[in-house]
Ligand binder design. Structure first.
Ligand SMILES: Nc1ncnc2c1ncn2[C@@H]1O[C@H](COP(=O)(O)OP(=O)(O)O)[C@@H](O)[C@H]1O
Ligand SMILES: [Mg+2]
Length: 743
């Protein structure tokens, strides 16, 4: 794992020139403070042999420090930032300053340099949490989130537009009806002008008779009706196409997103809260749809409309047109100020809601604890405080709205006064007809209306695009290797599992497992023993390839698991996880989850083998008992037995039991033990158990400590050895004796 940031070409060229051919660049990071402590970017490059400090402003004064010269490298925290101090043998210490936002990065860099100095394995965490935007340096709204200020709107829009491809016909239809609709929208004031100037106000020398004028009036009004009907038709067609398209596109994006979410690795989920990921499917996709259906057409149509109206106004009377534009900058400025302020309120509003929802969610999920400790009153009071906060926000937001509308009305009324005063004067001087003045008046409103919303559309667009980018970010995250073209398809395996020098850590720089070696013969049952948190679950996670090893190889039947098709691998592994998860649905559906379409006999056989049959049929609904969300209606031990039945029905070659019997009583455990003894025949089994007596049947036991296998052997061998396993067994004996005495 290397930590290489992209750097400007000038610096890249400089460094290329300095490095020799075999030299390997391991770290390349920027600082945000220069040597003097002012703002500026310097670069720190670490290769397998030396450190280079490259000031961007003075490319020729590169400081070069061979690794052998280093004595101590450490970070020092200062107010608002820190130093990387590099101490050297018989030479002055070098410091590299950075601001606090880079502290995490530099602690990884330090770790890496120290590993090189000590000649250890180079292992650093290169996936650092981003709290600031890499481009503009602003704080991000959420960890690893999207910076709203740096959204590439055009690129995002293009990407959204690419989802239009399958619906080309509809998109063209939309463009056509929008254009016609805009045209028909602009015509009515022109007809008013014609009615007033051509019909109502008689011009000198106009000899049209009364009936001729009436006919003309009738025709013009009829024309107006026609235009309105056409406008209505276009509006209807536009509404229809836009809803159709918006819903399809967002549904397509949502499908694509969900597909990706299912295929992403567990590593992706480890770094995120499920709630935040879910909000991408719901909130972000919803905002995008809203914007596509309402915001974007509004923006385009109004832009077209404004251009059209401005053209007509300047054509009719350019000076008056200029004059009615006077309030526009003020309206826009006011809109920008207002929406900036509102965004603040919206953010507070979002925050307040998610806080109160989180609290309600927790308090109601944990209602048993609340009641058990009689803390209802406290919870009620806490809710009231948060609710008051929301109430105040609601009032302030509402007041702001009122002020906004009142002010905009005031500003637009200035435009109205301008039209009446200057326009009126022009009419009196005969430089303008009355009809034109009235048309002006009508156009003015059509012009001001969208400008009022100018500020909002902008923030709307920002929010929608930020949502879209968050969605695209997930879509662009590489999925698990389901489609590896080099993967081998293995339809049936024997179950020979080998660990060769396997090292792994969830955080690359802090390995949980160190150089694990294990060779498990087909059909063998291995017990994994060790204190909680030692890495037992991690070991079995690696067999399923939920995570990829950092070092070493895991083989199944002599084939590295990376080369086996993921689906084939997982199809042959049955796992009873430490915390069994049941889906809402019936017991039968849950048992047959890994084998949809299993017959009822098969399901029942599996349940009998897992010792679950008796408690299932004791229920009036039997196998059709609803287990409720997260298996709420079942006890812990019952859930575990359903999970065991599920694994049995899956009929795997490799069976993993991760504390599968931890929540059942001793009696039931004995029965399940028998079931497991039957079950493990002909299967390679990895069993993790809390009660060590449970592992008596295991062929061999592997004792883990400090992330390493420290003892290995059969139950009796290990007891004889009087090592760590013996101690653990003694400890458990004592505790059970104490409990027995107390009872
Ligand atoms: N998804 C994860 N992300 C980060 N760290 C983890 C994760 N799962 C487990 N760990 C850490 O790895 C270590 C080993 O955990 P685990 O294998 O679950 O232990 P065991 O099953 O032996 O009790 C623990 O320190 C735990 O905190
Ligand atoms: Mg565990």
């Amino acid at each position: 794992m290397k930590l290489l940031e992209s750097m400007p070409h000038s610096v890249t060229a400089k460094i290329k020139g300095l490095l020799s051919a075999e030299e390997e660049e391991l770290i390349r990071v920027s600082t945000d403070l220069n040597q003097e402590g002012g703002f500026g970017t310097d670069w720190l490059v670490v290769t397998d042999r030396r450190l280079l400090i490259v000031p961007t402003t003075a490319l020729d004064s590169v400081v070069e420090i061979p690794i052998e010269e280093l004595t101590v490298v450490q970070t020092e925290a200062l107010v608002g930032g820190g130093h990387l101090t590099i101490e050297r043998k018989n030479k002055a210490t070098v410091t590299v300053p950075y601001s606090s936002s880079l502290a995490e990065k530099f602690s990884e860099v330090t770790r890496g340099i120290e590993q090189l100095r000590k000649g250890e394995l180079f292992l650093i965490n290169t996936q650092l949490d981003r709290t600031r935007c890499e481009k503009c340096g602003k704080l991000l709204p959420e960890k690893n989130g999207i910076c709203p200020a740096c959204i590439r709107r055009l690129a995002t829009l293009q990407r959204i537009a690419s989802y239009l491809k399958p619906y080309k016909g509809h998109a063209i239809l939309l463009a056509v009806v929008s254009l016609i609709g805009t045209g028909t929208g602009v015509i009515p004031p022109m007809l008013i002008r014609q009615i007033v100037d051509g019909v109502l106000v008689p011009k000198e020398g106009n000899t049209d008779s009364m009936s001729e004028r009436l006919t003309l009036l009738g025709l013009l009004v009829l024309g107006m009706v026609g235009i309105r009907v056409l406008d209505w038709g276009m509006e209807w067609a536009r509404g229809w196409t836009v809803s159709w398209l918006g819903a399809r596109i967002t549904a397509d994006i949502r499908n694509r997103l969900y597909q990706q979410l299912e295929l992403l690795s567990l590593q992706f989920y480890d770094r995120r809260q499920v709630g935040a990921v879910m909000s991408r499917v719901t909130r972000d996709a919803g905002r995008l749809q809203e914007f596509l259906v309402e915001g974007l057409p509004y923006l385009i149509i109004n832009a077209l409309m404004i251009i059209g109206i401005l053209g007509i106004l300047f054509w009719m009377h350019w000076l008056l047109a200029l004059l009615i534009l006077v309030p526009v900058p003020f309206m826009m400025g006011w809109g920008v100020i207002f929406w900036k302020r509102m965004r603040l309120y919206f953010n507070k509003w979002d925050q307040a809601w998610s806080d109160i929802m989180a609290r309600v969610n927790e308090a109601l999920s944990g209602i048993r604890v609340v009641k058990a400790f009689a803390q209802e009153v406290r919870e009620i009071a806490a809710f009231q405080v948060q609710n008051k906060n929301i109430r105040q926000l609601a009032i302030r937001t509402e007041i702001n709205w009122e002020i906004f509308f009142a002010t905009t009305t005031l500003l637009t009324s200035f435009g109205m006064l301008i039209v009446w005063f200057f326009g009126g004067r022009e009419v009196i001087r005969d430089a303008l007809t009355l009809g034109t003045l009235l048309a002006f008046y009508a156009y003015m409103w059509m012009l001001y209306d969208p400008i009022e919303w100018f500020g909002e559309v902008n923030s709307w667009m920002t929010r929608a695009f930020a949502g879209a980018e968050r969605i695209f970010e997930v879509i662009d995250t590489p999925a698990e290797a389901y489609k590896d073209p080099n993967a081998r398809s293995i339809s049936s395996i024997k179950g020979h599992v080998t660990f060769k020098e396997v090292t792994f850590g969830y955080d690359k720089s802090k390995p949980v497992l160190h150089e694990i070696n294990l060779d498990v013969a087909p059909g063998e049952m291995i017990g994994l023993v060790g204190r909680s948190g030692v890495g037992k679950t991690t070991t079995v996670n690696l067999i399923c390839r939920f995570y990829n090893v950092d070092q070493g190889i895991i083989e199944v039947d002599g084939v590295p698991i990376q080369q086996i098709r993921l689906e084939d691998l997982r199809r042959q592994i049955g796992i009873v996880p430490q915390e069994p998860f049941l889906f809402s649905g019936t017991v039968a559906e849950n048992i047959s989850y890994g084998k949809p379409g299993a017959s009822f006999e098969e399901i029942m056989e599996a349940a009998i083998a897992a010792n679950a049959h008796n408690f299932i049929v004791a229920n009036p609904d039997g196998y059709d008992t609803q287990v409720g969300e997260r298996g709420g209606a079942l006890s812990g031990g019952e859930k575990q037995r359903v999970a065991i039945a599920r694994a049995i029905l899956h009929d795997p070659k490799i069976l993993i039991l991760d504390e599968a019997t931890s929540s059942v009583d001793v009696e039931t455990e004995k029965q399940i033990q028998e079931a497991i003894a039957r079950l493990t025949q002909g299967r390679t089994t990895f069993a993790i158990a809390h009660r060590l007596s449970t592992l008596r049947n295991a062929d061999r036991l592997a004792i883990l400590e400090g992330g390493r296998i420290v003892e290995m052997g059969t139950h009796s061998e290990l007891i004889k050895k009087k090592g760590i396993f013996y101690e653990l067994v003694q400890l458990q004996h004592q505790t059970s004796e104490i409990i027995a005495v107390r009872d």
